[in-house]
Structures are given as C-alpha cells and as structure tokens.
Design a protein around this ligand. Sequence first.
Ligand SMILES: Cc1cc2nc3c(=O)[nH]c(=O)nc-3n(C[C@H](O)[C@H](O)[C@H](O)COP(=O)(O)O)c2cc1C
Length: 302
Amino acid sequence: MKNPLTASSSPLTESPERIERCAKAGFGSAILKTASPYHRAQAGYGRKVVFIGEDYFADASFQREILTEEEGLTLYRKAQAHKGDMLLIPSVSASSLEAADWLGICRKFQAMGAKLLQLDFFYLGSVICGQNEDFYLDLEQLLSRLRQELDCLIMPKLNFGLDPELACRALAKAKIRQVSLLDSIRFPLPARFGLHPETTSYFGPKQLPLTLLYLQHAVNYELEVCAGGGIAKAADADLLLENGAKLVQTASYVLKNGFSKAPLLLHKEPVPMESHRRTWCDARHYEAEGCERCGFCLGVPK
Ligand SMILES: Cc1cc2nc3c(=O)[nH]c(=O)nc-3n(C[C@H](O)[C@H](O)[C@H](O)COP(=O)(O)O)c2cc1C
C-alpha cells in the first residue's frame, strides 16, 4: 500500500464510482461495503443519517445496509476498473460462528483475486456474543479453521460488543495477524429524529478513546492493526499510528467533509474534486425517490 490511509467499509466504498473517488483522493486501500450470504426477503427500511455537529448517526435495517453475496461480488468485480493503485479489501459477514457459513463467500472473493478479507463481526458482536467466555473459544475455533482453509489473509473487525482483551487473545491464539478497528456504537436518538432506536449507530470523534483502548490490546498481542473509529483530523490519525497502528481507516470524516479533504488526514493538500451531488447523485432532495441516503450531501458544505 502506498500510504496508511484506508477507506472504511461504508458509503465511501459501496459503489464503483465512490471507489474511484477514494482512489482520486489518494487512499492507499479501501475496504468494500460488507457483503453477506443471505436472501433479501423483506428489504426493511433504508438508511437514514443525521449529522449533529461532528457526530454522525445512521439507521438502517440489516437487509438494506448489508450487500448480498451477489451484490458484493459484483461490486468487487466492477471496482477493479476504478481502484487505481489502491488495495481493495472485500468485507464479509455471516450470522453464526459456523465456519461453513463464512467459507463459501470467502472462497468466492479469494477466487476473484482478493489477498486480504475483512471479517465483519458487527452483527455477531451486537446480537450474539454478550460477554460469555465460551463465545471466545468458539471464535478462536472459527478463525483457526478459516485461516487453515483459506489462502488469503483474514482480518476480523472488532466492535464494542466484543471484549477487547478476550477478542484479541482469541485472534492471537488462532494465529490471526491482522485486525480491523473499530465499528460504531449503538446509540438511540430522541424520537423526534425519526430513527429506529434499536438500529441506530453513532459514528464520530467520541469513538476515538475506545479505538485507542482496543488498539492497545491488539498491539499487546502483536496484531497488525488497521485502526479507525473517531478520526476527525490529522492529529487523530497520527495518534493511532504513534500508538502502533499500521494503517488508519476513516468513514464519517469523509462523509462530513467530502472526498477532496481526505488527504488532509495525511498532512497533504486537498484534491480538487466535484461535489457529491453533481457527480453521481440524481436525487434532488435527501428524502426524494432515487436517493441512496449515503449522507454525503448532508455533510459536505454546499
Ligand atoms: C452508513 C455507514 C455504514 C457502514 N457500513 C459498514 C459495513 O457495512 N461494514 C463495516 O465493517 N463497517 C461499516 N461501517 C463502519 C465504518 O467502517 C467505521 O468502522 C465507522 O464508521 C467508524 O469510523 P469513523 O469514525 O471514521 O466513521 C459503516 C459506517 C457508516 C457510517
């Protein structure tokens, strides 16, 4: 990778056009929007985002937020032509700790040339695990099995539902070398914002102390860390790198400030780039039909 700046799995990386903008903005790598092997039976409600100052809240049902396997593979294939010199890292998720549920989709991305896969544990961490020690034994077994069965590297993504010490220990015991930090926090907003309390997440600067905590545990286990969650300025990225991160990842900073400002995180000049609305979005208003509700138009100053 030409530099440590990574686009997080998020609206930044959910279409080939946005992958192209990540490349133009100078990112060294991009983690694709998560895909999971499931059938979209009932789509549920789509994404809605709210900015309050530096804080970013997003709400969406699983089936509208997570790509199907087919969509994820198509995105990876199409993104090849737009990625420039970035490393593309597919992100996969499954809803159990059974290796069979993960292996199929991992093998498909591997067969398409992926060298590194992010394993997104968000829905496991927040739904299944709790703080049960047996969970971490099962997690270790899953990761050992995936490591043995796959040729590509696997990089689990931790979240606040997972205990930092127990999770990092399970990774180290399974001989996993890479880890991705850190997913959002569940955070209900008052009813007047119109978001569903059980599926609303917070993204932004308040996460940074927690990211540092998880980073410390990961570094203690000699894991190579792609660290993010709460980066709001270059000094935050520096702090994570100084504390042992190999790569830094960002999502909501770019949603708020636009792709052109991403180089500032590496102390580089902004890259002139057309705004979101004029380039890929046909929707005239955030709530209009055809709007993907990525949140770019809410964050980028007009
Ligand atoms: C709208 C939205 C969707 C996201 N979807 C995913 C996802 O599919 N998979 C994933 O691993 N992380 C996802 N994330 C989390 C980001 O990758 C990242 O961990 C989080 O935004 C914290 O970083 P930040 O403070 O730089 O925003 C999403 C974030 C946002 C804002």
